[in-house]
Design a protein around this ligand. Structure first.
Ligand SMILES: [Ca+2]
Length: 213
């Protein structure tokens, strides 16, 4: 009987810890979809009652089950015969507990009404879930570019890393090959007191995705 009680308490311990630190990345799922996860509304994701879902990323760590929704909103207007485009990117991270979603943090990046060529998009291949510092919290990393211009020039680029309530960032410009020279590609790191391994991962993602307008 005593042995059974011990087994049950061990089971309870494992149930309360959804994932061990060393397998957080293996629990990650990155799914391209235009559907909101069941139980979420656009109001919770974009702050509006509309939006376009692009992908949903989930992972388990010491805090529980995370659900990150990548979405955008866009609109077009005309003023004085000129067409203006606007687009906003959103990444909203939730903890899902007992079927309910608690917002952990959200990222919003807007390109203001633009009468030239508008760019606002997540960078393919930039989305990763890691646990570079081997604690109990996973890190969600993603990059995106924004731009309103009519020429060939770098975009504003960011690679963000979210861990729990923390947000770390590389901010700079994408790199563009003009034929005779390459411009852009520089960034500044805002990683506060994050462990060096986190900054290293973000730099790796930057280097892998920076060649875009
Ligand atoms: Ca971590």
């Amino acid at each position: 009987m005593r042995r059974l009680a011990l087994s049950l308490s061990l089971l309870a311990t494992f149930a309360a810890t959804p994932a061990l630190a060393d397998n957080i990345p293996e629990t990650a799922r990155i799914v391209a979809t235009d559907k909101l996860p069941e139980g979420l509304t656009f109001t919770e994701v974009t702050g509006l009652d509309v939006g376009q879902v692009e992908q949903v990323v989930t992972w388990l760590d010491g805090d529980g089950e995370h659900v990150a929704v990548f979405a955008n909103t866009s609109k077009t207007g005309v003023k004085d015969d000129t067409r203006y485009d606007s687009k906003v990117l959103y990444v909203t991270v939730f903890l899902k507990k007992n079927g309910k979603f608690q917002k952990v943090q959200n990222i919003k990046e807007a390109v203001q009404p633009c009468e030239l060529d508008l760019t606002a998009r997540f960078l393919p291949g930039s989305v990763t879930v890691t646990n570079a510092d081997e604690d109990a919290q996973g890190e969600l990393t993603f990059g995106y570019v924004t731009r309103c211009a009519g020429d060939v020039s770098p975009s504003l680029m960011k690679v963000l890393m979210l861990e729990g309530k923390q947000k770390y960032a590389l901010r700079g410009e994408s790199r563009v090959n003009l034929g005779t020279e390459t411009v852009g590609g520089t960034f500044k790191a805002d990683f506060k007191k994050a462990p060096a391994a986190l900054l290293e991962h973000a730099k790796k993602i930057w280097k892998a995705t920076q060649d875009t307008m």
